[in-house]
Design a protein around this ligand. Structure first.
Ligand code: ARG
Ligand code: ZN
Length: 876
């Protein structure tokens, strides 16, 4: 509810600020019903800007939901005629080019349900300031190009809030009257307000140390509520690995004497990279073998790394404005992806990332909110923390890495960090540093920053038996997106290889290279490979070398051949996916047909392939997800997709039951839980087998899953088994009930596991009806103020292709009601949770109309937040 009339902000309108803030002294006096914030700012006119001679521009500060208590300029209390409060701003008249401004505001963290600014979570105070939350704490130049040195004094009750934290190093502490105490923190590094953080609570911590490459000693602390203190070790191990990796791979050393992570339960996103004081959603920190799955362990490792890496890519070098968000996010996701690849299975990490991109980012790029990784305009910046800015942004950085090669890329990042340390930079600065360091011209490559949409690469080929010449023609195009009708050709790095009839890679050039990265720059280009004895089979876009769709007319035989022989694990997996998509799409059109026997055989061969890497094998055996099938469909028929996919899965399961059972048995052995790549691969593959077995309509198959559930010594196996029993072909409702109750009884004290208990039900094709979801909202363990719970229960339901899209549109109406209700409480979560509705145009007409009705109803609500306003208006 920021503005009565939401305003669009444009990149082209960017202007440097009129004033800088050299230092910021904050004092927080925290009480049970309010907090008093005193801010003392040393202000300085921006001398690089031109102003009308003899006049000083008024200072316009941002501020929202604040009570102004007092305002002093150079010690003089300002009266009403010397300042002005207007929607979202405080305008102060200025007399001197440098001056001190003291602002006292009163805020109510206890009533802050938006989880932006200062708020309370489980009795502790915490902050979330990115992107524009600091303005809910005090009046300020809340924009990332204004960087200041912060000192923060936190005062609170000693008994209730023994731990008082802020950015930087603690420089003073003491006791005050009335059982109050204080700690003062000083952050020597200039930073924008979005990196400010404060925590006050009754917390415990685990402590460790790290010696940096130059021999400095750093204290590491992870804070959480005392009952979770034994679940922080994995995050600590991940932090130390990240610190070492960033030194080794990027030459980046940590710069403060202390690094802290705090876990909080109520958090809008995954985590936040505040300088020296990262604040995390507890779901991205806490893990024990009994309560966290392998996927959670890996997610924690990745997010701890991501936030740590931001210390350089985000904090030391920050963003000039929010249009440059991908400068820090795309680059940092690339850094964390490479870290995870080095720590785990590189092939599988690539498959998972490409799969997420193709499923969810491609859908975003094809929807009404499509935007370039550097958007040109927005109404609400919170809506642009997107898969496009993060994941496609990562792919764009990866393409630079591919085009330059690792060595030149590292020269580029060194130059970038060197040049811009302590500054607020732009995407252009990043690309320029890459160009300057490598000498490679990236002029055309820059289109990736300004053009939205997913390019389509159409590949055709021709073989001349007489000359032995093979012609590969690559054409590119990009569909129109909102505001961008015509696109210029992209510079696309395309990894290729050619396979001969024996499945051997052919030399591609005189040098004998068997793999090559082509630089495609024209709308159509042809490459010729000489000396082919027979028509080769192309392996295209190896390692998913660019975020594009590839159209090539592979026959089923070709795909089966690639599954067997391609040396690129991404492409082997992709061949398998293509085969799966084709088989399922065929059944979507003609449900009565038999399942493609070639697909069933091909999956049998994968199951039987004892030599294949287990981690890759597990990925290959996963049929394309419902979401990915929906993304690839021209017109989405939700129930037909669900039925077709299920039929294919059952056919594979029935045909290969014995082999699946044998593989399951081979992998099902007891050992001490370790979240390490080899063990994870075995558990994943085992649970994929169990998933297939439970698609066989036999009581003994469900019993096998139930046994795994009961015997499990870790959450990975127990959770997988629970999912199998719930979705099993052979229905045993009493068993489902027993396990759900058992799961609840075991883990009801653990909020993060309870999230999953809600999600497993709401997302289930068997259980997740609207009525069920409504009933679960009334459950004692549900908490409608918790974004995690909302994402699990409501978000889980919106991913439930069976029940969300059930005829009659009750699912859409339910979601619209939740969005309207939530918008008053937490606009960021409201706006995110409605995403599935925005894809209405892709559904078959009846469904589509019902989705649109739900959106219209949201749009009609008065005083929508800027968040929901923007999404709903752009979608209709
Ligand atoms: N910078 C954080 C990260 O990616 C995300 C913060 C997003 N906050 C928000 N309100 N959208 O690590
Ligand atoms: Zn980030």
């Amino acid at each position: 509810m920021k503005d009565a009339q939401p305003r669009t902000i444009y990149l082209k309108d960017y202007q440097a600020p009129d004033y800088w803030i050299d230092t910021t002294h904050l004092t927080f006096d925290l009480h049970e019903d309010y907090a008093l914030v005193t801010s003392v700012l040393q202000m300085r006119l921006n001398g690089e800007k031109e102003f009308e001679s003899g006049t000083l521009p008024a200072l316009t500060l941002h501020g929202e939901e604040l009570d102004l208590v007092s305002l002093h300029r150079d010690g003089e209390e300002l009266e009403g005629d010397q300042y002005q409060l207007a929607k979202g701003t405080l305008i102060v008249s200025v007399k001197q080019p440098t001056f001190e401004l003291q602002v006292v505001t009163r805020i109510r963290p206890q009533e802050n349900t938006s989880l932006e600014g200062l708020y309370k979570s489980n009795g502790m105070f915490c902050t979330q300031c990115e992107a524009e939350g600091f303005r809910k704490i005090t009046y300020y130049l809340d924009r990332p190009d204004v960087m200041s040195v912060f000192t923060t004094k936190v005062i609170a009750s000693q008994a209730r809030y023994p731990v008082l934290l802020a950015n930087g190093n603690a420089i003073d502490k003491g006791e005050l009257e009335n059982d109050r105490h204080y700690v003062t923190w000083e952050d020597p590094f200039k930073k924008p307000s979005y990196l400010f953080a404060l925590v006050a609570g009754d917390l415990e911590c685990i402590e460790d140390r790290f010696t940096t490459m130059s021999g400095r000693d750093v204290t590491l602390k992870i804070f959480t509520e005392s009952h979770n203190i034994h679940k922080c070790d994995h995050a600590m191990v991940s932090l130390k690995k990240s610190m070492r990796w960033d030194e080794e791979v990027y030459g980046r050393e940590y710069d403060l004497d202390i690094f802290m992570i705090v876990a909080v339960d109520h958090f809008n996103m995954g985590a936040m990279e505040n300088k020296g004081l990262n604040i995390f959603n507890s779901s991205c920190v806490l893990a024990s073998p009994e309560t966290a799955t392998d996927a959670t362990y890996q997610r924690i490792e990745a997010i701890v790394a991501h936030e740590y890496f931001h210390n350089w890519s985000g904090n030391r070098v920050t963003c000039r404005d929010w249009f440059q968000l991908s400068l820090k996010e795309g680059f940092t996701v690339f850094r964390d992806a490479e870290f995870s690849a080095d720590m785990n299975s590189r092939g599988v990490k690539r498959i998972q990332d490409a799969s997420l991109l193709r499923t969810a980012q491609f859908a975003e790029d094809a929807g009404p909110m499509a935007h370039p990784i550097r958007p040109e305009s927005f109404i609400e910046i919170s809506n642009f923390y997107t898969l496009t800015v993060y994941e496609k942004g990562c792919e764009v950085v990866r393409m630079i890495h591919t085009i330059l090669g690792a060595g030149q890329f590292r020269k580029g990042t060194d130059l970038y960090f060197d040049r811009h340390d302590g500054e607020a930079a732009t995407c252009e600065d990043f690309v320029k540093a890459m160009e300057d360091a490598s000498g490679v011209d990236l002029t055309q490559f820059r289109h990736w920053y300004s053009q939205a949409g997913t390019p389509v690469m159409t590949v055709t080929d021709k073989y001349d038996a007489e000359s032995g010449d093979y012609h590969l023609t690559i054409a590119q195009s990009c569909p129109a997106t909102p505001g961008q009708e015509q696109k210029k050709p992209f510079h696309i790095p395309v990894g290729i290889a050619l396979l001969d009839e024996q499945g051997q890679l052919l030399p591609l050039n005189a040098a004998g290279d068997k793999e090559q990265v082509l630089s495609i720059k024209q709308s159509e280009e042809t490459f010729v490979v000489k000396g082919c004895k027979s028509k080769p089979l192309p392996s295209l876009l190896r390692n998913f070398s660019a975020p594009v769709r590839v159209r090539y007319d592979y026959s089923k035989d070709d795909l089966v051949f690639l599954m067997k022989h391609d040396t690129d694990s991404f492409n082997r997996w992709d061949a398998c996916q293509r085969l799966g998509v084709a088989a399922i799409e065929q059944l979507v059109e003609q449900p009565q047909q038999a399942v493609d026997p070639q697909l069933v055989d091909a999956f049998g061969a994968v199951i039987a392939d004892a030599a294949m890497d287990k981690a890759v094998k597990a990925e290959m055996l996963c049929l394309p997800s419902e979401a990915s099938l929906a993304e690839q469909a021209d017109v989405i028929q939700p129930l037909a997709i669900v039925a077709a996919r299920k039929k294919v899965k059952q056919a594979i399961a029935v045909a290969h039951k014995d082999a699946l059972q044998a593989l399951y048995n081979e992998l099902n052995h007891e050992r001490v839980y370790k979240p390490e790549a080899a063990d994870i691969a075995e558990r994943t593959l085992k649970n994929v087998c169990l998933g297939y077995l439970s698609a066989v309509n036999e009581a003994e198959c469900v019993q096998l899953a139930a046994k795994q559930y009961d015997d499990a010594s870790n959450m990975t196996d127990r959770r997988a088994a629970l999912g199998c029993v719930i979705d099993a072909h052979y229905r045993d409702e009493a068993l489902v009930e027993r396990l759900l109750t058992d799961f609840y009884d075991r883990y009801k004290g653990n909020s993060n596991v309870m999230d999953d208990w809600f999600a497993v039900q709401s997302s289930s094709a068997e259980l997740g009806t609207v009525e069920k979801v409504k009933a679960l909202m009334q459950h004692d363990s549900f908490d409608s103020t918790s974004p995690n719970k909302l994402r699990s229960l409501i978000g889980g339901f919106t991913r439930n292709m069976t029940h969300f899209h059930t005829a009659g549109g009750t699912g859409y109406e339910f979601l619209a009601d939740r969005v309207i209700e939530l918008d008053k409480q937490n606009p960021q979560v409201a706006s995110r949770i409605m995403t599935p509705l925005t894809r209405w145009k892709k559904f078959e007409p009846v469904t589509s109309g019902l989705m649109k009705n739900a959106l219209e109803r949201i749009k009609a609500v008065h005083n929508l937040s800027t968040d929901v306003y923007e999404v709903v208006n752009k979608s209709l």
